[in-house]
Design a protein around this ligand. Structure first.
Ligand code: GLU
Length: 466
Protein backbone atom coordinates (compact mmCIF):
# COMPACT_ATOMS: atom_id res chain seq x y z
CA UNK A 1 0.00 0.00 0.00
CA UNK A 2 1.29 3.45 -0.88
CA UNK A 3 0.57 5.92 1.89
CA UNK A 4 -1.28 8.91 0.50
CA UNK A 5 -2.29 11.92 2.54
CA UNK A 6 -3.78 15.23 1.61
CA UNK A 7 -4.18 18.80 2.73
CA UNK A 8 -7.60 20.11 1.77
CA UNK A 9 -7.98 23.76 2.73
CA UNK A 10 -11.02 25.85 1.95
CA UNK A 11 -9.75 29.04 0.31
CA UNK A 12 -11.79 31.35 2.48
CA UNK A 13 -8.94 33.21 4.18
CA UNK A 14 -5.20 33.15 4.58
CA UNK A 15 -3.24 30.04 5.48
CA UNK A 16 -3.16 30.26 9.25
CA UNK A 17 -1.09 28.50 11.88
CA UNK A 18 -3.65 25.74 12.46
CA UNK A 19 -3.99 24.95 8.75
CA UNK A 20 -0.26 25.00 8.25
CA UNK A 21 0.28 22.60 11.12
CA UNK A 22 -2.31 20.18 9.71
CA UNK A 23 -0.60 20.43 6.34
CA UNK A 24 2.79 19.81 7.94
CA UNK A 25 1.61 16.68 9.78
CA UNK A 26 0.02 15.27 6.62
CA UNK A 27 3.10 16.09 4.61
CA UNK A 28 5.50 14.64 7.20
CA UNK A 29 3.49 11.44 7.46
CA UNK A 30 3.54 10.94 3.69
CA UNK A 31 7.26 11.68 3.47
CA UNK A 32 8.07 9.42 6.39
CA UNK A 33 6.39 6.49 4.66
CA UNK A 34 7.77 7.25 1.22
CA UNK A 35 4.21 8.05 0.22
CA UNK A 36 2.47 10.86 -1.61
CA UNK A 37 1.00 14.15 -0.52
CA UNK A 38 -1.95 15.68 -2.35
CA UNK A 39 -3.06 19.31 -2.32
CA UNK A 40 -6.75 19.84 -2.83
CA UNK A 41 -8.51 23.16 -2.77
CA UNK A 42 -12.03 22.82 -1.38
CA UNK A 43 -13.60 25.75 -3.14
CA UNK A 44 -17.28 24.83 -3.08
CA UNK A 45 -18.19 27.70 -0.77
CA UNK A 46 -18.76 30.02 -3.70
CA UNK A 47 -19.44 33.08 -1.62
CA UNK A 48 -16.39 32.90 0.59
CA UNK A 49 -13.77 31.32 -1.68
CA UNK A 50 -11.35 33.77 -3.28
CA UNK A 51 -8.43 33.68 -5.68
CA UNK A 52 -6.46 35.66 -3.15
CA UNK A 53 -6.83 32.93 -0.57
CA UNK A 54 -5.81 30.30 -3.10
CA UNK A 55 -2.68 32.29 -3.77
CA UNK A 56 -2.03 32.73 -0.04
CA UNK A 57 -2.29 28.95 0.43
CA UNK A 58 0.17 28.27 -2.38
CA UNK A 59 2.56 30.93 -1.13
CA UNK A 60 2.42 29.68 2.43
CA UNK A 61 2.92 26.05 1.45
CA UNK A 62 5.82 26.76 -0.83
CA UNK A 63 7.48 29.05 1.70
CA UNK A 64 7.27 26.28 4.30
CA UNK A 65 8.58 23.80 1.74
CA UNK A 66 5.51 21.57 1.90
CA UNK A 67 5.71 20.24 -1.61
CA UNK A 68 2.87 18.15 -3.00
CA UNK A 69 3.07 15.23 -5.39
CA UNK A 70 -0.41 15.60 -6.85
CA UNK A 71 -2.74 18.50 -7.40
CA UNK A 72 -3.69 21.13 -6.73
CA UNK A 73 -7.12 19.71 -7.42
CA UNK A 74 -10.05 22.09 -7.35
CA UNK A 75 -13.42 20.75 -6.31
CA UNK A 76 -15.29 23.15 -8.54
CA UNK A 77 -13.64 21.40 -11.49
CA UNK A 78 -15.11 18.09 -10.38
CA UNK A 79 -18.79 18.99 -10.19
CA UNK A 80 -19.81 16.46 -12.80
CA UNK A 81 -18.22 13.65 -10.82
CA UNK A 82 -20.14 14.54 -7.63
CA UNK A 83 -23.39 14.85 -9.56
CA UNK A 84 -22.85 11.50 -11.29
CA UNK A 85 -22.27 9.69 -8.00
CA UNK A 86 -25.26 11.41 -6.40
CA UNK A 87 -27.32 10.17 -9.34
CA UNK A 88 -26.03 6.66 -8.76
CA UNK A 89 -27.03 6.87 -5.07
CA UNK A 90 -30.49 8.11 -6.11
CA UNK A 91 -30.87 5.18 -8.48
CA UNK A 92 -29.82 2.72 -5.80
CA UNK A 93 -32.31 4.16 -3.33
CA UNK A 94 -29.54 5.45 -1.06
CA UNK A 95 -30.38 9.08 -1.63
CA UNK A 96 -33.49 11.08 -2.41
CA UNK A 97 -34.72 14.44 -3.57
CA UNK A 98 -35.89 16.75 -0.83
CA UNK A 99 -38.21 19.60 -1.77
CA UNK A 100 -38.52 21.22 1.65
CA UNK A 101 -38.39 25.00 1.29
CA UNK A 102 -36.17 27.18 3.41
CA UNK A 103 -39.21 28.50 5.31
CA UNK A 104 -40.38 24.97 5.97
CA UNK A 105 -36.97 23.96 7.31
CA UNK A 106 -36.77 27.08 9.47
CA UNK A 107 -40.19 26.31 10.92
CA UNK A 108 -39.19 22.70 11.59
CA UNK A 109 -36.12 23.90 13.41
CA UNK A 110 -38.08 26.43 15.43
CA UNK A 111 -40.55 23.79 16.58
CA UNK A 112 -37.81 21.34 17.52
CA UNK A 113 -35.98 23.96 19.56
CA UNK A 114 -39.24 24.97 21.25
CA UNK A 115 -39.81 21.33 22.19
CA UNK A 116 -36.32 21.13 23.65
CA UNK A 117 -35.07 18.85 20.86
CA UNK A 118 -31.84 18.95 18.90
CA UNK A 119 -32.62 20.55 15.54
CA UNK A 120 -32.31 18.08 12.69
CA UNK A 121 -33.92 17.28 9.39
CA UNK A 122 -36.87 15.02 10.10
CA UNK A 123 -36.70 12.93 6.92
CA UNK A 124 -40.03 14.20 5.57
CA UNK A 125 -39.08 13.51 1.92
CA UNK A 126 -37.19 10.28 2.66
CA UNK A 127 -39.92 7.92 1.63
CA UNK A 128 -42.45 10.47 0.50
CA UNK A 129 -44.90 9.69 -2.26
CA UNK A 130 -46.03 13.32 -2.47
CA UNK A 131 -46.01 15.09 -5.79
CA UNK A 132 -43.03 17.44 -5.81
CA UNK A 133 -43.94 21.14 -5.67
CA UNK A 134 -43.23 22.67 -9.10
CA UNK A 135 -41.51 25.83 -7.86
CA UNK A 136 -38.85 24.23 -5.64
CA UNK A 137 -35.47 23.08 -6.94
CA UNK A 138 -34.71 20.05 -4.80
CA UNK A 139 -31.56 19.13 -2.93
CA UNK A 140 -30.31 15.56 -2.86
CA UNK A 141 -30.14 14.03 0.60
CA UNK A 142 -28.36 10.93 1.78
CA UNK A 143 -30.38 8.13 3.38
CA UNK A 144 -28.42 7.80 6.56
CA UNK A 145 -28.95 4.40 8.23
CA UNK A 146 -31.67 4.71 10.84
CA UNK A 147 -30.25 2.35 13.41
CA UNK A 148 -26.99 0.84 14.59
CA UNK A 149 -23.69 2.47 15.41
CA UNK A 150 -20.83 3.82 13.45
CA UNK A 151 -17.47 3.07 15.06
CA UNK A 152 -13.96 3.81 13.98
CA UNK A 153 -10.56 3.94 15.58
CA UNK A 154 -9.03 7.34 15.23
CA UNK A 155 -5.23 7.11 15.13
CA UNK A 156 -4.96 9.95 17.64
CA UNK A 157 -8.19 9.89 19.62
CA UNK A 158 -8.77 6.18 19.80
CA UNK A 159 -12.14 4.50 19.42
CA UNK A 160 -15.08 6.72 18.49
CA UNK A 161 -18.66 5.49 18.32
CA UNK A 162 -21.78 7.34 17.28
CA UNK A 163 -25.36 6.09 17.09
CA UNK A 164 -26.90 6.46 13.67
CA UNK A 165 -30.08 7.86 15.14
CA UNK A 166 -27.99 10.89 16.18
CA UNK A 167 -27.40 11.71 12.53
CA UNK A 168 -29.93 13.12 10.11
CA UNK A 169 -30.10 12.80 6.34
CA UNK A 170 -27.49 15.24 5.21
CA UNK A 171 -27.60 17.15 1.96
CA UNK A 172 -25.22 15.74 -0.67
CA UNK A 173 -25.95 18.14 -3.51
CA UNK A 174 -27.45 21.58 -3.02
CA UNK A 175 -30.20 22.88 -5.27
CA UNK A 176 -27.62 24.75 -7.36
CA UNK A 177 -25.82 21.47 -8.15
CA UNK A 178 -22.84 22.15 -5.87
CA UNK A 179 -21.95 19.36 -3.43
CA UNK A 180 -21.72 19.84 0.32
CA UNK A 181 -18.40 19.46 2.10
CA UNK A 182 -19.22 16.00 3.51
CA UNK A 183 -20.04 14.58 0.10
CA UNK A 184 -17.27 16.11 -1.97
CA UNK A 185 -14.62 15.27 0.64
CA UNK A 186 -15.65 11.61 0.61
CA UNK A 187 -15.56 11.29 -3.15
CA UNK A 188 -12.29 13.13 -3.40
CA UNK A 189 -10.62 11.05 -0.73
CA UNK A 190 -11.81 7.89 -2.49
CA UNK A 191 -10.97 9.00 -6.03
CA UNK A 192 -7.56 10.26 -4.95
CA UNK A 193 -6.84 7.01 -3.07
CA UNK A 194 -6.17 8.78 0.20
CA UNK A 195 -5.09 6.21 2.76
CA UNK A 196 -4.81 8.52 5.79
CA UNK A 197 -7.09 11.46 6.42
CA UNK A 198 -5.19 13.73 8.80
CA UNK A 199 -7.16 16.84 9.69
CA UNK A 200 -8.24 19.17 12.46
CA UNK A 201 -10.53 17.71 15.09
CA UNK A 202 -13.18 20.30 14.28
CA UNK A 203 -14.11 17.71 11.64
CA UNK A 204 -14.34 14.71 13.92
CA UNK A 205 -18.14 14.99 14.09
CA UNK A 206 -18.31 14.83 10.32
CA UNK A 207 -16.42 11.57 10.11
CA UNK A 208 -19.29 9.20 11.05
CA UNK A 209 -21.42 10.82 8.35
CA UNK A 210 -18.61 10.45 5.84
CA UNK A 211 -18.12 6.81 6.81
CA UNK A 212 -21.79 6.12 6.15
CA UNK A 213 -21.46 7.56 2.66
CA UNK A 214 -18.33 5.53 1.99
CA UNK A 215 -20.16 2.38 3.10
CA UNK A 216 -23.09 3.22 0.82
CA UNK A 217 -20.60 3.42 -2.02
CA UNK A 218 -19.17 0.07 -0.98
CA UNK A 219 -15.70 1.54 -0.80
CA UNK A 220 -12.83 1.05 1.60
CA UNK A 221 -12.42 3.39 4.55
CA UNK A 222 -9.26 5.42 4.91
CA UNK A 223 -7.59 5.69 8.31
CA UNK A 224 -8.49 8.83 10.25
CA UNK A 225 -6.33 10.98 12.49
CA UNK A 226 -7.95 14.07 14.00
CA UNK A 227 -5.44 16.53 15.34
CA UNK A 228 -6.45 18.46 18.47
CA UNK A 229 -6.81 22.18 18.02
CA UNK A 230 -4.39 24.93 18.93
CA UNK A 231 -5.19 27.28 21.78
CA UNK A 232 -3.82 30.70 22.59
CA UNK A 233 -1.66 31.02 25.71
CA UNK A 234 -4.77 32.01 27.70
CA UNK A 235 -6.55 28.78 26.80
CA UNK A 236 -8.92 30.35 24.30
CA UNK A 237 -9.19 29.15 20.76
CA UNK A 238 -6.30 30.54 18.77
CA UNK A 239 -7.07 33.79 17.02
CA UNK A 240 -5.31 36.86 15.70
CA UNK A 241 -5.16 38.30 19.18
CA UNK A 242 -2.68 35.59 20.16
CA UNK A 243 -0.33 36.49 17.38
CA UNK A 244 -1.69 33.79 15.13
CA UNK A 245 -1.48 35.66 11.92
CA UNK A 246 -1.15 34.19 8.45
CA UNK A 247 1.83 32.02 7.73
CA UNK A 248 3.15 34.49 5.18
CA UNK A 249 2.90 37.26 7.77
CA UNK A 250 5.70 35.46 9.61
CA UNK A 251 7.80 35.77 6.50
CA UNK A 252 6.97 39.48 6.35
CA UNK A 253 8.00 39.79 9.98
CA UNK A 254 11.35 38.17 9.38
CA UNK A 255 10.93 34.59 10.51
CA UNK A 256 12.75 31.77 8.77
CA UNK A 257 10.57 29.01 7.31
CA UNK A 258 12.63 26.27 8.99
CA UNK A 259 11.98 27.90 12.37
CA UNK A 260 8.25 27.98 11.74
CA UNK A 261 8.26 24.38 10.50
CA UNK A 262 10.15 23.30 13.63
CA UNK A 263 7.77 25.27 15.82
CA UNK A 264 4.63 23.92 14.11
CA UNK A 265 5.94 20.38 14.42
CA UNK A 266 6.26 20.83 18.18
CA UNK A 267 2.72 22.18 18.44
CA UNK A 268 1.08 19.03 19.65
CA UNK A 269 3.73 16.55 18.57
CA UNK A 270 6.97 15.60 20.26
CA UNK A 271 9.96 13.34 19.94
CA UNK A 272 11.41 12.92 23.41
CA UNK A 273 12.81 16.21 24.61
CA UNK A 274 13.97 17.38 21.21
CA UNK A 275 13.19 21.05 20.64
CA UNK A 276 15.38 22.05 17.73
CA UNK A 277 15.36 19.65 14.81
CA UNK A 278 15.58 19.75 11.07
CA UNK A 279 12.94 18.95 8.51
CA UNK A 280 14.80 15.70 7.77
CA UNK A 281 14.71 14.69 11.42
CA UNK A 282 11.03 15.51 11.58
CA UNK A 283 10.38 13.24 8.62
CA UNK A 284 12.49 10.50 10.17
CA UNK A 285 10.82 10.72 13.56
CA UNK A 286 7.26 11.65 12.71
CA UNK A 287 4.51 9.33 13.91
CA UNK A 288 0.85 9.88 14.59
CA UNK A 289 1.00 8.10 17.93
CA UNK A 290 3.17 10.86 19.40
CA UNK A 291 0.57 13.52 18.67
CA UNK A 292 -0.89 14.72 21.92
CA UNK A 293 -4.57 14.07 22.59
CA UNK A 294 -5.02 17.41 24.24
CA UNK A 295 -4.94 20.81 22.55
CA UNK A 296 -1.60 22.48 21.93
CA UNK A 297 -0.82 25.97 23.17
CA UNK A 298 0.57 28.58 20.85
CA UNK A 299 3.53 30.35 22.38
CA UNK A 300 4.93 33.26 20.35
CA UNK A 301 7.99 33.58 22.62
CA UNK A 302 9.02 30.04 21.91
CA UNK A 303 8.64 30.60 18.18
CA UNK A 304 10.80 33.68 18.54
CA UNK A 305 13.43 31.73 20.44
CA UNK A 306 13.49 29.04 17.76
CA UNK A 307 13.84 31.67 15.09
CA UNK A 308 16.84 33.02 16.90
CA UNK A 309 18.41 29.55 16.99
CA UNK A 310 17.97 29.18 13.24
CA UNK A 311 19.19 32.68 12.48
CA UNK A 312 22.43 31.98 14.33
CA UNK A 313 23.03 28.92 12.19
CA UNK A 314 21.85 30.38 8.89
CA UNK A 315 24.21 30.83 5.97
CA UNK A 316 25.42 34.42 5.73
CA UNK A 317 24.78 34.85 2.03
CA UNK A 318 21.23 33.62 2.40
CA UNK A 319 20.65 35.90 5.38
CA UNK A 320 22.13 38.82 3.47
CA UNK A 321 19.68 38.16 0.66
CA UNK A 322 16.74 38.06 3.08
CA UNK A 323 17.96 41.14 4.92
CA UNK A 324 18.34 43.07 1.69
CA UNK A 325 14.60 42.74 1.12
CA UNK A 326 13.89 44.43 4.46
CA UNK A 327 16.54 47.07 3.83
CA UNK A 328 14.99 48.00 0.49
CA UNK A 329 11.64 48.21 2.18
CA UNK A 330 13.16 50.86 4.43
CA UNK A 331 14.53 52.69 1.42
CA UNK A 332 18.07 51.78 2.39
CA UNK A 333 20.49 51.45 -0.49
CA UNK A 334 22.51 48.43 0.56
CA UNK A 335 24.31 48.21 -2.79
CA UNK A 336 26.49 51.09 -1.72
CA UNK A 337 28.38 50.24 1.39
CA UNK A 338 30.01 47.31 3.11
CA UNK A 339 29.45 43.68 2.28
CA UNK A 340 26.04 42.74 3.68
CA UNK A 341 27.02 39.14 4.40
CA UNK A 342 29.82 40.35 6.69
CA UNK A 343 27.34 42.60 8.46
CA UNK A 344 24.82 39.83 9.03
CA UNK A 345 27.56 37.57 10.29
CA UNK A 346 28.38 40.18 12.91
CA UNK A 347 24.79 40.93 13.90
CA UNK A 348 23.03 37.60 13.71
CA UNK A 349 23.94 36.44 17.21
CA UNK A 350 21.99 39.26 18.74
CA UNK A 351 18.66 39.37 16.97
CA UNK A 352 15.37 37.46 16.84
CA UNK A 353 14.13 38.14 13.31
CA UNK A 354 15.44 39.14 9.91
CA UNK A 355 13.55 42.39 10.33
CA UNK A 356 15.52 43.14 13.49
CA UNK A 357 18.67 42.20 11.61
CA UNK A 358 17.85 44.76 8.93
CA UNK A 359 17.06 47.41 11.55
CA UNK A 360 20.38 46.74 13.19
CA UNK A 361 22.19 46.90 9.84
CA UNK A 362 20.86 50.25 8.65
CA UNK A 363 23.61 52.35 10.21
CA UNK A 364 26.22 50.62 8.04
CA UNK A 365 24.60 52.21 5.02
CA UNK A 366 23.61 55.61 6.25
CA UNK A 367 24.69 57.66 9.20
CA UNK A 368 22.12 58.00 11.93
CA UNK A 369 21.90 61.22 13.82
CA UNK A 370 22.12 60.47 17.55
CA UNK A 371 19.36 61.77 19.78
CA UNK A 372 19.95 64.90 21.84
CA UNK A 373 19.97 62.79 25.01
CA UNK A 374 22.72 60.57 23.70
CA UNK A 375 24.73 63.53 22.56
CA UNK A 376 24.44 65.18 25.92
CA UNK A 377 25.31 62.03 27.75
CA UNK A 378 28.23 60.84 25.65
CA UNK A 379 29.50 63.61 23.41
CA UNK A 380 30.61 65.80 26.29
CA UNK A 381 33.69 67.92 26.08
CA UNK A 382 35.69 65.07 27.60
CA UNK A 383 34.17 62.49 25.26
CA UNK A 384 34.92 64.65 22.22
CA UNK A 385 38.50 65.25 23.25
CA UNK A 386 39.04 61.53 23.60
CA UNK A 387 37.40 60.81 20.26
CA UNK A 388 39.41 63.51 18.50
CA UNK A 389 42.51 61.77 19.71
CA UNK A 390 41.21 58.41 18.62
CA UNK A 391 40.41 59.81 15.21
CA UNK A 392 44.06 60.74 14.72
CA UNK A 393 45.15 57.33 15.84
CA UNK A 394 42.71 55.60 13.51
CA UNK A 395 43.68 57.79 10.57
CA UNK A 396 47.23 56.60 10.92
CA UNK A 397 46.66 52.91 11.43
CA UNK A 398 48.72 50.85 9.12
CA UNK A 399 46.21 48.03 8.83
CA UNK A 400 42.48 48.53 9.00
CA UNK A 401 41.54 45.36 10.82
CA UNK A 402 39.80 44.47 13.99
CA UNK A 403 42.93 43.84 16.06
CA UNK A 404 44.60 47.09 15.04
CA UNK A 405 41.43 49.07 15.72
CA UNK A 406 41.08 47.42 19.08
CA UNK A 407 44.68 48.25 19.92
CA UNK A 408 44.15 51.88 18.91
CA UNK A 409 41.18 52.14 21.26
CA UNK A 410 43.20 50.54 24.03
CA UNK A 411 46.01 53.02 23.50
CA UNK A 412 43.58 55.90 23.87
CA UNK A 413 42.05 54.31 26.97
CA UNK A 414 45.49 54.14 28.49
CA UNK A 415 46.53 57.58 27.41
CA UNK A 416 43.48 59.21 28.97
CA UNK A 417 43.44 56.87 31.97
CA UNK A 418 39.75 56.05 31.49
CA UNK A 419 37.75 52.83 31.31
CA UNK A 420 37.09 51.20 27.95
CA UNK A 421 33.41 52.24 27.73
CA UNK A 422 34.43 55.88 28.06
CA UNK A 423 35.82 55.54 24.57
CA UNK A 424 33.63 52.85 23.12
CA UNK A 425 30.26 54.38 24.03
CA UNK A 426 30.73 57.84 22.50
CA UNK A 427 32.27 56.11 19.51
CA UNK A 428 29.19 53.94 19.11
CA UNK A 429 26.95 56.99 19.39
CA UNK A 430 28.86 58.72 16.61
CA UNK A 431 29.09 55.70 14.36
CA UNK A 432 25.70 54.05 14.88
CA UNK A 433 23.57 56.74 16.52
CA UNK A 434 23.04 54.38 19.45
CA UNK A 435 24.87 52.59 22.24
CA UNK A 436 23.93 49.01 21.43
CA UNK A 437 26.16 47.57 18.75
CA UNK A 438 28.32 44.50 18.49
CA UNK A 439 31.97 44.87 19.36
CA UNK A 440 32.86 48.33 18.06
CA UNK A 441 36.20 47.31 16.58
CA UNK A 442 34.40 44.70 14.46
CA UNK A 443 31.85 47.30 13.42
CA UNK A 444 34.54 49.76 12.34
CA UNK A 445 36.44 47.12 10.44
CA UNK A 446 33.38 46.42 8.31
CA UNK A 447 32.34 50.05 8.00
CA UNK A 448 35.78 50.93 6.59
CA UNK A 449 38.25 53.64 7.45
CA UNK A 450 36.90 56.36 5.16
CA UNK A 451 33.35 56.15 6.41
CA UNK A 452 34.48 55.87 10.03
CA UNK A 453 36.62 58.98 9.82
CA UNK A 454 33.94 60.81 7.89
CA UNK A 455 31.36 60.16 10.59
CA UNK A 456 33.79 61.10 13.33
CA UNK A 457 34.69 64.33 11.60
CA UNK A 458 31.11 65.29 10.96
CA UNK A 459 29.91 64.67 14.50
CA UNK A 460 32.92 66.17 16.20
CA UNK A 461 32.59 69.29 14.09
CA UNK A 462 28.86 69.46 14.72
CA UNK A 463 29.26 69.17 18.45
CA UNK A 464 32.08 71.67 18.74
CA UNK A 465 29.82 74.26 17.07
CA UNK A 466 27.21 73.86 19.79
N1 GLU B 1 -11.84 21.95 3.73
C1 GLU B 1 -11.81 21.61 5.11
C2 GLU B 1 -11.30 22.75 5.94
O1 GLU B 1 -10.62 23.61 5.43
C3 GLU B 1 -10.92 20.43 5.42
C4 GLU B 1 -11.60 19.20 5.26
C5 GLU B 1 -10.85 17.95 5.53
O2 GLU B 1 -9.64 17.99 5.75
O3 GLU B 1 -11.50 16.94 5.46
O4 GLU B 1 -11.58 22.77 7.11
Amino acid sequence: MIVKTRFAPSPTGYLHIGGARTALFSWAFARKHGGQFVLRIEDTDLERSTQESIKAIHDGMSWLGLDHDEGPFYQMERLQRYQDVAQQLLENGQAYYCYASKEELDEMRRQQLAAGLKPRYDGRWRDSKQTPPPDIKPVIRFKNPLSGYISFTDLIKGKISVANNELDDLVLIRSDGVPTYNFSVVLDDLDMNITHVIRGDDHVNNTPRQINIIRALDAQLPEYAHVPMILGANGERLSKRHGAVSVTQYREDGYLPEALVNYLARLGWSHGDEEVFSREQLVEWFDLSSISRSPAKFNPEKLCWLNQQYLKKADNDRLAELTSFFLSRKGCNYHQGPDLSKIVDLLKERINTVEELANAAVFFFRSIEPSEELKQQFLTMEGRTILADLREELAQLENWDRESIHQAIKDIVKKHAVKFPKVAMPLRVIIAGETQTPSIDAVLEILGRDETLKRMNTQLKECSKE
